[in-house]
Design a protein around this ligand. Structure first.
Ligand code: ADP
Ligand code: MG
Length: 468
């Protein structure tokens, strides 16, 4: 009976949806007109009820007749345990060792919008593209003291996704040190070893955007369900979630669901968990459940081998002394290191010049000058409060004292100018203000610095301090 039902359902819904929602179902028994099926979780049952009740009803009625009934047996969700609950057929719910709960559900459609049984809302996009960049592989991620821990933790996770204590694995470190590369490498390797696993790479920014869209379009639940069926979730730059409490909340629920079901979560951040601001405590404590591994500045040897590997892959030859010169002078950012080598190659081939130490000098100099050091909002607050000889707490306080208000407004203004943070995120990091306050601060600073000489000097002094 069930097989015939499946045939019918298969013909009428998307293949991926069929695979996700119907293949895991185990038929248990047929008594009188009631078919019992076992589903892996309560959530699964709710999803079936919400989205597939019509098609289930139609198919069952075809097989059994008008009196057809469906009984769901929910396999209790226990934290880890049975990784493959479906390999074994369980003939009845009272069999020992299996905790299950029978839910007798009359086939009624709770959702009046489901008029046409063959139009299933919300699941058309179930097919998941991993969004992984195959060039960001482990092979291309050179090992050194600076990344050994993070790299080997990544390899361990890739070998047994969800099966190590590194869950979540949080990779943190400064700009351009390889966080995104390593996060992709783990995903790429998992896809290689376990092609059937659903892996998804997404930046925290895009995740936030999707979430906001889902709220606007009234399909927040679809958004959550989508993320809950992923086996390996990689979220890049989670510091972006700071101050965004709605997104943090939804991520918290998704995280818990995945973690409880033994799914792997991989996160990256430009800060260690202890330094993350405006991330809810309950999320921070989850981040610390697994392993936080830092990517540090690569040492000289590692920088040289990264450059050599890059040149080798690009099929370019370059004298060792030049490579070493570049590696000696660019120390804190692998992206800049690669950038310098690329412009060196470009320069020499445009001008048909030989690559000499002199040319390397020119380029490295220009390169180091041109790449503005990224400043953080923390750093700006520190510089501004030092400048006015107050501490950061005072700068952030609620006081209306004029000089403190001005200092705070300057900090907001510089945060807008020197970082990519949104107004809302600047506001939340500088004393929990809203985006309108930040906008007002930026306008006030603009006005004052064109009308008030003293104020103009503040702006110039602090600008200087920030750009060294
Ligand atoms: P982040 O996300 O930390 O800002 P990325 O992952 O974008 O940094 O890395 C910047 C660049 O440096 C990328 O092109 C990446 O391939 C390269 N890179 C970083 N670390 C390594 C490494 N250990 N070996 C090879 N390339 C690296
Ligand atoms: Mg990155």
């Amino acid at each position: 009976v069930w097989n015939n039902c499946l045939e019918f359902i298969k013909d009428n819904i998307q293949p991926q949806a069929y695979k996700t929602w119907f293949e895991p179902i185990i038929p248990v028994k047929l008594t009188d007109n009631a078919l019992s099926i076992q589903v892996p979780s309560k959530f699964f049952y709710e999803w079936l009820e919400e989205h597939y009740v019509k098609i289930l009803k139609v198919s069952l009625t075809k097989e059994i007749g008008e009196k057809a009934k469906l009984v769901y047996i929910i396999k209790m969700e226990n934290t880890y345990g049975n990784k493959h609950p479906f390999t074994e057929k369980i003939p009845s719910s009272n069999r020992s060792g299996l905790k299950s709960q029978e839910v007798d559900i009359p086939l009624q459609n709770k959702n009046p919008e489901l008029r046409n049984p063959f139009v299933i809302p919300g699941i058309r996009n179930v097919k998941i593209e991993s969004q992984l960049n195959p060039n960001y592989s482990f092979e291309n991620f050179l090992e050194g003291d600076s990344n050994r821990l993070a790299r080997s933790a990544g390899l361990a996770v890739a070998t047994k996704p969800g099966g190590t204590s590194f869950n979540p694995l949080l990779i943190f470190g400064g700009v351009g040190l390889g966080k995104t590369h390593l996060a992709h490498a783990i995903g790429v390797d998992i896809k290689d070893k376990y092609p059937e696993k659903t892996v998804l790479y997404i930046s925290a920014e895009k995740f936030t955007q999707q979430y906001i869209d889902s709220v606007k379009k009234n399909n927040r639940n679809d958004f959550i369900h989508f993320y809950q069926i992923i086996d390996v979730l990689i979220i890049d730059d989670v510091q972006f979630l700071s101050g965004k409490s709605g997104t943090q909340d939804v991520f918290f629920h998704i995280f818990n669901h995945l973690h409880q079901n033994g799914k792997q979560v991989i996160l990256t951040s430009d800060k260690a968990p202890v330094d993350m601001q405006d991330i809810e405590q309950r999320l921070l404590s989850r981040f610390k459940w697994g392993l936080s591994a830092e990517l540090q500045n690569p040492d000289f040897e590692t920088r040289v081998s990264i450059l050599k590997n890059k040149l080798y892959r690009d099929g370019v030859e370059m004298p060792d002394d030049i490579i070493e010169y570049v590696a000696k002078n660019i120390k804190t950012n692998v992206r800049e290191l690669e950038g310098a080598i690329i412009s060196l190659i470009a320069q020499s081939s445009f001008n048909k010049k030989e690559i000499t130490i002199d040319l390397a000098k020119q380029i490295v100099e220009k390169f180091v000058k041109n790449t503005k050091r990224e400043v953080s909002i923390d750093y700006i607050q520190k510089i501004v409060s030092d400048y006015f000889q107050m501490d950061i707490d005072t700068l952030q306080s609620k006081t209306r004292k004029r000089h403190i208000v001005q200092a705070r407004q300057l900090a907001m203004f510089f945060a807008k100018k020197f970082t990519k943070a949104s107004l809302a995120s600047i506001g939340s990091q500088i004393g929990k203000r809203d985006h309108a306050t930040v906008l007002h601060a930026c306008k006030t600073v603009d006005n004052l610095s064109s009308t008030d000489k003293q104020f103009k000097k503040y702006v110039e002094d602090i600008t200087k301090k920030l750009s060294i």
